[in-house]
Design a protein around this ligand. Structure first.
Ligand code: NAD
Ligand code: UDP
Length: 315
């Protein structure tokens, strides 16, 4: 049994990660300021002696947690709507938060994993994106607080490894979806499903021909845990995502079909710097972790639609 810190553990991905770690019998300390996460996502663990929740903003020095074996750093709003609401705080979360978890790792000799993102590739000029691609990011745009914040965090992770020998792991997560996404978090999967279930028009940004490649959260969490368990020599960065690429128009049609909804599509302007295409190369994940996603879009969407249905019905 390990003592494990998960920052951002009350959020969408973090709560699934904690569920898996608790099932494996570990002791988990969740640090979260509940900015975009919710205590509902972790309430099933609250009575467990192996679980501690600390409400804390990682922009500030971490509270005393004692000796720990592993740290997963997931704290950061992931939806463009949320991370752009207070961009300076988002940037601080990425940079100050990374410094604070790295200091904890240095002090306790714990392994520390950074949840980085496909956004480090920006609006990519190389397609699909391998880890060797250094990206095409606007440093002064509305997405920069997140993109450059995550890039800066990666820099800090590798500098801590080089300067102090800190045991680091960096994963670059591509778009992920599934139950416990916030119904109003503004991301495309939650928006389309909620709109279709409520018989409202689906809001398509731009002409809908931009692409993404969505990974089901259960698959992703398996990859995150395998990365943490890999030999210390494997620092990454490693792409984790599902290479199945489709346009937002195709996604809209699929959601309409699966919800038996015949509502219309409503076109809105494309937000600035919105990447035109995105697809992970996952050869590294397969070579080093023997990981690849197994849940394809239809099955994942079914589970996600069922989740949002229970939210709407107030169950
Ligand atoms: P989320 O918004 O659901 O979860 C983020 C969690 O971090 C929330 O519980 C929030 O309250 C917490 N948080 C935010 N700022 C904090 C702060 N300053 N201090 C403490 N806690 C804070 O997002 P998610 O989709 O679960 O994403 C989790 C991580 O994975 C993020 O770091 C995100 O950048 C990364 N990621 C997610 C995706 C995706 O598609 N979901 C893609 C790439 C990377
Ligand atoms: N998008 C859309 N309608 C929405 C929300 C998003 O067409 O209601 C588009 C958005 O412009 C982007 C894609 O869907 O091209 C994915 O957006 P999301 O916010 O989910 O993730 P990210 O842009 O960070 O990949």
């Amino acid at each position: 049994m390990k003592r494990i810190v998960v920052t951002g553990g009350a959020g969408f991905i973090g709560s699934h990660l904690i569920e898996r770690l608790m099932e494996q019998g570990h002791e988990v300390i969740c640090i979260d300021n509940l900015l975009t996460g919710s205590s509902e996502n972790i309430e099933q663990h609250q009575t467990s002696p192996n679980f501690t929740f600390i409400e804390h903003d990682i922009v500030y020095a971490l509270p005393e947690v004692g000796q720990v074996d592993e740290i997963y750093n997931l704290a950061c709003p992931a939806s463009p709507v949320h991370y752009q609401a207070d961009p300076i705080h988002t940037f601080k979360t990425n940079i100050m938060g990374a410094l604070h978890v790295l200091e904890l790792a240095r002090k306790t000799d714990a392994k520390v994993l950074q949840a980085s993102t496909s956004e480090v590739y920006g609006d990519p000029l190389v397609h699909p994106q391998p880890e060797t691609y250094v990206g095409h990011v606007n440093p002064i745009g509305i997405r920069s607080c997140y993109d450059e914040g995550k890039r800066g965090a990666e820099t800090l992770f590798f500098d801590y490894a080089r300067q102090f020998g800190t045991k680091i792991k960096v994963i670059r997560i591509f778009n992920t979806y599934g139950p416990r996404m916030h119904p109003e978090d503004g991301r495309v999967v939650s928006n389309f499903i909620m709109q279709a279930l409520k018989k409202k028009p689906l809001t398509v940004y731009g002409d809908g021909h931009q692409t993404r490649s969505f990974c089901y959260v259960g698959d992703l969490v398996g990859g995150i845990i395998k990365m943490m368990a890999s030999p210390d020599t494997l620092q990454g960065p490693i792409n984790l995502g599902n290479p199945n690429e489709f346009t937002m128009l195709e996604l809209a049609q699929q959601v309409l079909r699966m919800t038996n909804s015949n509502t219309s599509l409503q076109f809105h302007p494309l937000p600035s710097d919105d990447p035109k295409q995105r697809q992970p190369v996952i050869d590294e994940a397969f070579a080093h972790l023997k990981w690849k996603p197994t849940i394809m879009l239809e099955e994942g969407l079914r589970k996600t639609i069922d989740y949002f249905l229970t939210k709407i019905e107030g169950k």
